[in-house]
Write a protein that binds this ligand. Sequence first.
Ligand code: SAM
Length: 229
Amino acid sequence: MRALTSEELRKTKPDRETFQALPRNPIAVVVDNFTSGFNVGAVFRAADAFLVGRVYLCGTTPVPPKRRIAKTSRGTERWVPWEARPDAAEVARELRAQGHQIIAVELADRSAPPWGVDYRFPVCFVVGDEMAGVSQRVLDEADAAVAIPMLGMGNSMNVASALSIVLYEASLRLRPGAEIRRLRLQKGMSLRELGEKSGVSYSTICEIERGRRHPSHKTLRRILAVLRG
Ligand SMILES: C[S@@+](CC[C@H](N)C(=O)[O-])C[C@H]1O[C@@H](n2cnc3c(N)ncnc32)[C@H](O)[C@@H]1O
């Protein structure tokens, strides 16, 4: 095995016009009062990877162009639609009125783990201030909160790392069939083999992969435990 070079990776990308015409995912990210430009850049890089629809940089959050943002964004702020807004709570209210589910990415007293949230699309994830976290006014607007369990001695993760984990889990729900098929083929596993190992029937997996059936949390967890194991 060898790592692909950036030249090889670039060849897999569409040209600029084709890319800009592609539909983006029905996911918004609201940044609530960051102080670090490095974190803003890392949020852009994650948002680009998961084709986030729009990033809202709210309150005190530094906005491009800034050297610190560019250092960690690797230029992705050129591709991800974004806007600066004075108040995250106001954006959350506005998006909620447009039909978004509002999820605070926060270690809150009633947070669920990323695999335990029933995501509804379009969804809006709010990430918080590096010190104070998501503000209470925004938490009051949220339908739910999601937190990555902290198994070590640290109280919290870097905010962009936490967001990336949540975006990955949510994007699996968006097209779970395609992702299951990709992982299964990568492992060289047949439908029947995956069925036997996960305890989910062959026909159910077949229907999920074809997008004809949406898996429950429990089924998805069982299938992913085999494919990620
Ligand atoms: C460093 S944390 C905030 C610190 C935390 N409120 C405290 O007092 O220790 C900054 C942001 O990162 C995100 N974050 C960090 N760890 C997280 C985790 N385990 N699960 C979900 N979000 C997390 C949240 O959005 C949070 O608002």
